[in-house]
Design a protein around this ligand. Structure first.
Ligand code: ADP
Length: 860
């Protein structure tokens, strides 16, 4: 057995091997240690291998799904080795000692799940493949629970942002790629060829050319090859549901890198939960598919005004039609998850219940279609969705006739094909029903005949049907001419067989067996119909999800008094009465009111320095404006009284290191790496929020860096930017940077206490209120008093020396400093470039070297 186990384990590579033995999946060696720890189950041992006991643990087959879910969550992958023949077959093949043949039938990995129990209903489950083709990154991603697949290519520096957007639960890469993301699963590089990828895509969709799906680059095709190769590997050759690939354009989405997504807490909060995230505050979808699509919208806001406007118009229409919206949401709420039911059916893991869900979902979609088609003034996006909601008449008719109203999840027991669909099946059922009735009649007859009132006809898996009487009555039936034959003697009862009973039982067994086979054949046929219509069904599922998202956005807007943003093609950001959806919700729960604030950025006034006390609301203000941009470009209403959003190509959000340090996550180094990324990437179309950048180091370093970063963002990147800081000294930048203005969050000291107004006002902050905040936080009074004395001394010193920023008055302007440096370097470079080295004598060369060195010495 060990030899068989080890061979399978070699095939399973780094996956845990679930080795089927009877009613258990057993794990051995290190697999057993890992699983025992993750699952908190007993680690035992069995036999010996090379003189050492073999560690082992096991999980019952019937509850394996729950254990699998926990292993996957913990980051494990599992290979399932099943028995592929019965013990009888094994004996026939290899004699009484033969080992039952086993084979890996499937790999279960985080990115390749379809089981309802293992998936989160409101989250897509993405598998991504990534590779590099001549400097360009190819990306292929799919959610096999619904079949959606997209291909993308990007430059190496955008790889992080693209991956962050996808939020894949599993990533595969070719072996030997040094820049591959950590924790990716390494696959043979031959899978990642563009020709092979093209061939695999064509084969998966049964087409001779991919032209009908779009244009795909070499990098995209190579990544697709890796993705499909991996799917074939984990499915042991069987492919799951794959819809035609969609080419995603790199520029079609608002780019956000991982740090920005984390800091804006889009899909998960800083605690790693959905609670406290943007999506939790926005999501009013009533279906899992809607929630998944909303997550995608928020992860990849658009950059095309027409497409954004189309979504907004639909939200507006539903916003204004409250009654219709209410009806629609009620209907949608009752819908099954059509996309995922289809995914299971195509993957060969579908149940009769899944077919029932397709029937119900598609039928309901048609009713929604009929209802919406009768509405006036339909927006264009709705008209585009409507055709996808219908067209399944033949399929739903067939499924309605074929299936019982609520089909079971188990197909092995039958009972899901409706009566009247197949007369032969009805007949088989009638026969077995008749036989059951005949058996009931036999029981009465035998009681009469023997005079034993306690006589029963019973059934079990070993004996089949039998007659049972209490032991004290057994003698009468033991008589040779009684018509009964003895089967088994139990403690208090004796069991018999009877000829008539045997005959009826055989009829039941035979008819039942035939009925099961007939149902199984019908099931396969119905599955075949669903598979044939898979693209259209998936389109219906997607259209339903889009409707749900729009309804949810409209509902949220109505609930919170949100407005429809105006999205324009220039670099403005004008927000009146803006609010932070998450903070507002949190405050409302405590009965507190959120103070709305305005933001008004334009090319002439594009950088706002925001000062004011800690806890005054600076971070909240920065983030709410970034979130409003994101929500607007995702095609939804925004938490503001009025908003004009200039189309943004990239969004950046950075928080100074010390905030993160408290969570033990980041360091000053990370802060600087992230800041460098902004300075390298932000364009005039970008929007950047920087929160206390420079705070993670000493005061002088921090101020100096903050100063230089603001100057660079203002003078080089020229993007819209909100910069929160507690360095007063930065106010002086207003003198040299003409598109920069000063703002602060207001605070008042009232009767010795600090009152934070959370209200944004123009001008620099008057003072820092640090001690007042300390008092508010409960620092003991003597400590605050002592700090106050120290502060007075410091301020006196500052008055005398001019303070931290003394001496900055004559600092050359940022742009001038750069130009100056480049100019000098260039004269040297020019002379060197002009030089014909071969024409120089050694003596001349030496002279020239002296001369160049003298010139270089002139550098400042
Ligand atoms: P800062 O960045 O200035 O230290 P925060 O933005 O973190 O301040 O805000 C601190 C707290 O103040 C928030 O957690 C919130 O409870 C409250 N707050 C912030 N902005 C507002 C606002 N506009 N209206 C009401 N409360 C606010």
């Amino acid at each position: 057995m060990m030899a068989q186990y080890l061979a399978l384990k070699a095939e399973a590579e780094d996956c845990l091997l679930f080795y089927r033995m009877g009613d258990f999946f057993e794990l051995f060696f290190d697999d057993a240690r890992t699983a025992a720890q993750v699952l908190d189950i007993a680690l035992t041992s069995r036999g010996e291998h090379q003189g050492v006991p073999i560690p082992m643990c096991g999980v019952p087959v019937h509850s394996a799904e729950g254990y699998l879910a926990r292993l996957i969550k913990a980051g494990c992958r599992v290979a399932i080795a099943e028995q592929v023949e019965t013990p009888e077959e094994a004996k026939k093949r290899g004699g009484s000692k033969a080992l039952v043949a086993r084979d890996i039938v499937r790999f279960v990995t985080a990115g390749t799940l379809t089981e309802e129990a293992l998936l989160e209903p409101r989250r897509a489950n993405v598998l991504a493949a990534l590779c590099e083709v001549r400097g360009t990154i190819g990306l292929a991603a799919c959610d096999i629970s619904t079949g959606r697949m997209e291909l993308e290519e990007c430059s190496a520096d955008r790889m992080g942002a693209a991956l962050a957007r996808l939020g894949a639960s599993e990533v595969v890469v070719p072996e030997g790629w040094s820049d591959a993301p950590l924790e990716a699963i390494v696959r043979p590089s031959r899978d990642f060829g563009s020709d092979g990828g093209e061939a695999r895509l064509k084969a998966a969709h049964g087409v001779a050319t991919l032209d009908g799906f779009g244009t795909f680059s070499r990098a995209m095709l190579a990544a697709a090859g890796g993705l499909i190769g991996y799917l074939e590997h984990v499915g042991r050759g069987k492919l799951p549901l794959l819809l035609p690939p969609v080419a995603r354009e790199g520029q079609a989405h608002l780019a956000m890198d991982e740090a920005t997504r984390a800091s804006l807490e889009i899909l998960v909060s800083s605690q790693g939960t959905r609670r406290g995230s943007l999506i939790e505050a926005v999501d009013r979808c009533v279906t899992g598919a809607g929630a998944r699509l909303l997550a995608e919208d928020l992860s990849a806001p658009l950059t095309d005004v027409t497409a954004i406007e189309a979504r907004l118009a639909l939200v507006q229409w539903l916003h204004d039609n409250a009654l219709l919206r209410g009806d629609l949401r009620t209907v949608l709420r009752a819908l099954p998850d059509v996309g995922r039911a289809l995914g299971r059916v195509v993957a060969g893991r579908g149940s009769p219940r899944d077919l029932g869900q397709l029937r119900d979902g598609l039928g309901e979609a048609r009713r929604i279609h009929d209802h919406l088609r009768g509405q006036a003034d339909r927006p264009a996006l709705l008209d585009a969705l409507l055709p996808h909601l219908t067209g399944h008449g033949a399929l739903t008719d067939l499924f309605s006739r074929a299936l019982v109203p609520a089909p079971p999840t188990e197909r092995g027991q039958g009972g899901f094909i409706a009566e009247g669909y197949d007369h032969a099946l009805d007949e088989l059922r009638r026969i077995s029903g008749d036989a059951r009735r005949a058996i009931a009649a036999l029981e009465a007859k035998y009681r009469d005949q023997t005079g034993i009132a306690a006589l029963k006809i019973r059934h079990n898996g070993v004996l089949g049907y039998f007659v049972e009487v209490p032991a004290r009555h057994a003698d009468a039936l033991m008589a040779p001419d009684s018509g009964f034959t003895h089967r088994q003697t139990m403690a208090g009862a004796v069991r018999f067989n009877a000829l008539a009973l045997h005959e009826e039982a055989s009829r039941i067994a035979e008819a039942g067996g035939h009925a099961l086979a007939a149902e199984e054949a019908h099931f396969e046929e119905l599955v075949g119909h669903a598979i044939k219509a898979r693209h259209a069904i998936a389109a219906t599922a997607e259209a339903l999800a889009r409707l749900d998202v729009a309804c949810g956005q409209a509902e949220r807007a109505a609930e919170g008094g949100w407005c429809r943003p105006q999205v324009v093609e220039d670099s403005r950001l004008e927000i009146e009465g803006g609010r932070h959806p998450v903070v507002e919700t949190a405050l409302a729960a405590k009965g507190e009111r959120f103070v709305a604030n305005d933001c008004r950025l334009s090319p002439q006034d594009r950088l706002w320095l925001v000062g004011g006390p800690n806890m005054g609301g600076k971070s909240t203000f920065l983030r709410q404006n970034a979130l409003i941009v994101l929500l607007a470009q995702a095609g939804g209403f925004v938490p503001a009284a009025r908003a004009t959003v200039g189309l943004t190509d990239r969004l950046f959000s950075r928080v100074g290191a010390s905030d993160n340090l408290a969570r033990g996550r980041s360091t000053f180094m990370v802060e600087m790496v992230e800041t460098a990324a902004i300075l390298a990437q932000a364009s005039e179309r970008s929007f950047v929020i920087l929160d206390e950048v420079g705070r993670g180091t000493s005061t002088y370093d921090g101020l100096a860096l903050a100063w230089a970063v603001v100057e660079a963002v203002h003078g080089v990147n020229k993007c819209r930017c909100l910069f929160a800081t507690h360095y007063h000294e930065l106010s002086r930048l207003a003198e040299s940077c003409d598109a920069l203005s000063l703002h602060h969050v207001r605070a008042r000291e009232w009767q010795g206490d600090l009152v934070l107004l959370h209200e944004l006002a123009e001008g620099p902050a008057d003072r820092s209120y640090g001690l007042a905040v300390a008092k508010l936080a409960g620092v003991p009074a003597p400590v605050v008093a002592r700090a106050s004395a120290v502060l007075q001394r410091l301020e006196k010193g500052r008055a005398e020396t001019g303070g931290l920023a003394a001496g900055l008055g004559d600092l050359p302007l940022f742009a001038a400093a750069i130009e100056h440096k480049e100019e000098v370097v260039d004269t040297l470079r020019e002379r060197l470039n002009a030089l014909d080295v071969d024409a120089l004598s050694p003596r001349d060369a030496l002279d020239l070297l002296y001369e160049l060195k003298r010139e270089a010495g002139k550098l400042p």
